[in-house]
Design a protein around this ligand. Structure first.
Ligand code: HEC
Length: 156
């Protein structure tokens, strides 16, 4: 059965509305991206976030058992680590290049991994997914992988 004129018009309107929304969204992203490339203040913002994330990595216990990320992931995560039970851990230098990875039926992001490590490793309260501390930690971990090729789902 063919579409009625009314259906065709409403489809056209819908497509136009979506296209309008998409161009608005792209324009918004373009603005931010342009600023990231050209604005030195944002570079400084990233540098500071890396610095705060590194500080958290070495010092934050998140109210847990006194461990920090550094307890298991040595040298700021740049070399292989050792868990308290003696288990060898991969360096985190590649972590940002291989996440997200599949986890059961879902997807496991770097934030999910950090949440898991704070709960399981530090026995602490993980920073909220969208918190400043989570962003800073993710920014630090990502800085370790600078220049590494993305290999989503790959091995450490
Ligand atoms: C008690 C030890 C322990 C502590 C403390 C710990 N982790 Fe982990 N971490 C592990 C283990 C074990 C793994 C390996 C996979 C797993 O069990 O999830 C891991 C894996 C990771 C990975 C993924 C590495 C990869 O490439 O697969 C990242 C990233 C990570 N940890 C970050 C952190 C951060 C950031 C902290 C601090 C908030 C932290 N970890 C604290 C034990 C720990």
């Amino acid at each position: 059965m063919g579409t009625t004129i009314h259906e065709r018009i409403s489809t056209t309107l819908r497509i136009a509305a979506i296209a309008g929304l998409a161009s608005l969204t792209l324009a918004g992203c373009g603005g931010v991206k342009g600023a990231a490339v050209s604005n030195g203040a944002l570079t400084e913002t990233l540098r500071l976030a890396v610095h705060r994330g590194k500080y958290l990595f070495y010092h934050a216990t998140f109210g847990g058992n006194g461990r920090t990320c550094e307890t298991c992931h040595s040298a700021g995560g740049t070399t292989t680590g050792t868990a308290p039970n003696g288990m060898k851990l991969p360096s985190l230098a590649n972590a940002a290049a291989i996440f997200p990875r599949a986890h059961g039926n879902g997807v496991w992001t770097l934030q999910d991994q950090l949440t898991h490590c704070v709960k399981g490793g530090l026995h602490g309260t993980p920073p909220a997914y969208d918190s400043k501390a989570m962003r800073d930690l993710v920014t630090y971990i990502t800085s370790l992988a600078q220049g590494k090729p993305i290999d989503m789902g790959g091995t450490p």
